[in-house]
Design a protein around this ligand. Structure first.
Ligand SMILES: NC(=O)c1ccc[n+]([C@@H]2O[C@H](COP(=O)([O-])OP(=O)(O)OC[C@H]3O[C@@H](n4cnc5c(N)ncnc54)[C@H](OP(=O)(O)O)[C@@H]3O)[C@@H](O)[C@H]2O)c1
Length: 310
């Protein structure tokens, strides 16, 4: 299998560690036919890899993915035995079980990967113990469905965690197989790597939801249409000019405490249920402004007492 003839093999016969060959024209098996797994499999297919089959928990999911990907549904053990790269597209909590289930069918050197952000290779231990190579490949992208994932994954960053002798291979797979940008992440850094991605993605959506709720409280019919272009402009500023910290704007950065007090008074009068979320968000903005050195000390202290920040 992968690398067995062209790769480098070291160690004892029983614990053979095989370094995979170039990640081109790989035979790929997908176990867990969800959004990310199916999209990754399709990108690999488009980049000249061969899909040997797909399996999933629910037969109809596997059949749907098989039709989409143009490959057969096959039992996991059979798919793993035929593959040089196994994609575990299952939810985070099912990764360890899935790795255990396929472990005995693996050939030495076959690479098994998952897509979870908060975990490195630890949940794949069962596969590694039986000669497989393991990698955690986390796409830093929001994938609400397969079609959107296929559109957005190219150009996205991927957090890569694997053994040192697999790094070059994994980087090449991300670049040439998935058209992504590989970023090496240490096993112990995975929770913070994932926290950054979640904070950004879910935080942006939650902030928009708060803005929408405030507009809805004064009867604006389509708040997303009002705030969408503003959000796009803010994001463009951050991307063009050095990130969110560098491009923070608005009354808090300018130290305009009376404006924030006016917002709070209006919220207390007309939308008291939104006071807490507004305060929480304003404290987050204040902390970012202070951290990036945007605020005068006296403005910062006035805002801290208004917002109850410590
Ligand atoms: N969605 C995102 O935005 C995103 C972004 C970055 C990373 N990720 C990561 O990508 C991985 C997959 O997430 P996803 O969003 O693609 O999930 P998903 O769409 O919910 O798909 C998961 C798939 O795995 C199948 N499955 C569940 N348990 C299984 C088991 N025990 N054995 C075999 N198959 C099983 C599911 O079941 P059925 O067969 O019943 O359909 C489903 O097809 C996760 O680790 C997640 O953290 C997701």
């Amino acid at each position: 299998m992968l690398g067995a003839t062209t790769g480098t093999t070291c160690g004892l016969e029983r614990l053979m560690i095989t370094i995979p060959a170039e990640p081109s024209h790989l035979s790929v098996f997908l176990f867990g036919a969800g959004r990310v797994g199916t999209a990754a499999a399709e990108l690999l297919r488009r980049n000249d890899h061969e899909l040997v089959g797909v399996a999933s928990r629910t037969p109809s999911s596997a059949e749907r993915a098989a039709r989409f990907l143009g490959c057969p549904v096959i039992p996991p053990e059979e798919g793993v035995a035929a593959a040089e790269l196994v994609l575990l597209g299952v939810p985070d909590e099912a990764i360890a079980d899935a790795a255990g289930r396929i472990a005995t069918s693996l050939h030495a050197g076959t690479v098994v990967c998952h897509f979870a952000g908060a975990f490195g290779v630890d949940p794949l231990t069962a596969a590694a113990g039986l000669g497989g190579r393991t990698a955690a490949l986390h796409p830093v992208q929001a994938c609400p469905d397969v079609a959107t994932a296929i559109e957005r994954l190219p150009g996205s960053a991927w957090g890569v965690t694997c053994a040192a002798d697999l790094e070059e291979w994994a980087e090449e797979l991300i670049r040439s197989g998935l058209s992504g940008l590989p970023v090496m992440v240490a096993e112990e850094a995975r929770p913070l790597w994932h926290a950054a991605a979640v904070t950004t993605s879910n935080g942006i959506a939650a902030l928009l939801a708060l803005g929408e709720a405030i507009l809805a409280s004064i009867g604006v019919d389509s708040p997303a249409a009002v705030l969408g272009p503003l959000a796009e402009g803010t994001l463009a500023n951050a991307l063009d000019d050095g990130g969110g910290g560098a491009t923070l704007t608005g009354p808090i950065v300018r130290g305009e405490t009376p404006t924030i007090a006016r917002h709070l008074a209006a919220l207390r009068a007309h939308a008291p249920h939104l006071v807490d979320p507004y305060m929480t968000m304003s404290r987050t903005i204040l902390a970012a402004a202070a951290r990036t050195g945007h605020l005068q000390a006296d403005d910062e202290s006035e805002l801290r007492s208004l917002l109850g920040s410590s």
